[in-house]
Each structure stands twice: as C-alpha cells, then as structure tokens.
Design a protein around this ligand. Structure first.
Ligand code: THU
Length: 168
C-alpha cells in the first residue's frame, strides 16, 4: 500500500504563524491520521473499469478533514480522480486553504504519483507537497518540482498584449 502526502498547501499569514508553532510530533500525528483516513476513503472507490482504488484525505487550515475517492464512469473520460473529488468537496463547502493531503492506493512498493490533471488542480490551491509511505518514509517535493513552468491563477492577472471584449 502506498500513500502520498501533500503538505503545506497555500496558507495565509495567520496559518503560517500557527504552523510554525506546531511541533514535529504534531505534524507526524496529523500525517498518520490523514494516511489512515485516506486508506478508509479508498474503501469507497468506485473503479469497476480500472480496478485501481484510490482514496484521499485533505486537511484544511482549521483542522477540518475532507475525504474522497476516485469515481469512474462508463464514459471513461468522465471519471474523477480521488484528489480532485476531495478538493472539490472541500472547495464546494467554502474551504480554499489547505495544509496537507494524503493519498492512498493499493500499490505495493511504489508511491502513487498524481496525474498531471490533479497536479494542476492542486497547484490552484497550494505549492508544497511531499510523498509518504505508511512505514514512515517519505519524499518531499514541491508542486513546482512536480509541475514545472505551470499555469496558475496569477497568470490570468499578468499584462496582456491585446484586450478582448467581455464575452469573447
Ligand atoms: N487515479 C486517482 O484517483 N488518482 C491518481 O493520482 C491517479 C489515478 C484514478 C483514476 C482512475 O479511476 C484510476 O485511478 C486509474 O487511473
């Protein structure tokens, strides 16, 4: 079983202050809890086509946890990844600031790596993440490393060469 943890998604100043005071022990406890919850979320995976179960547990800035799984469809391209299901659940309930997400699959020896679409989806809300396994080992990477030269919300605010009319 392999899990992935996305750590310290975009936080505001207050959250940064709070997270600076949280101990390593507290962080480890949160990670273990989230990994456990992501494994639980995987049990609800609807994957009759791929038979590849994925679950995710997302920790919001105030300690609320959202869980989700992959949801496939007979029209294959409409299937949802666990990461996107989970983040969409949180955003649709008013949450936009997240600290950590754990992702679980049934892979035996390898870390699950989120698809390109999910990396872009995460990048919208954060820039730091790490990959973890239940044996305690994990590799820390930033979203920037996983999705270099990415397109994000800030790009929409940059100076443009041409102006377009509303609705174009
Ligand atoms: N999947 C996820 O849910 N998350 C990932 O990070 C990679 C892939 C799902 C999509 C599909 O339902 C199944 O795994 C096989 O690709």
């Amino acid at each position: 079983m392999t899990d992935l943890r996305i750590n310290d998604l975009r936080v505001d100043e207050a959250d940064t202050e709070a997270s600076n005071h949280s101990s390593e022990k507290e962080n480890e406890d949160w990670i273990k809890t989230l990994i456990y919850q992501s494994q639980g979320a995987k049990e609800f995976s609807y994957c009759p086509y791929s038979k590849f179960r994925v679950g995710a547990a997302l920790l919001a800035h105030d300690g609320t946890v959202f869980t989700g799984c992959n949801v496939e469809n007979a029209s294959y391209n409409l299937g949802l990844c666990a990461e996107r299901t989970t983040i969409a659940k949180a955003v649709s309930e008013g949450y936009r600031r997240f600290k950590t997400i754990a992702i679980a699959s049934d892979l035996e020896d390898q870390f699950i790596s989120p698809c390109g679409g999910c990396r872009q989806f995460m990048q919208e809300f954060g820039d730091q993440w790490s990959v973890s396994k239940p044996d305690g080992s994990y590799v820390e990477m930033t979203v920037g490393e996983l999705l270099p030269v990415s397109f994000g919300p800030e790009d929409l605010k940059k100076k443009t060469m041409f102006t377009t009319q509303n609705g174009s």
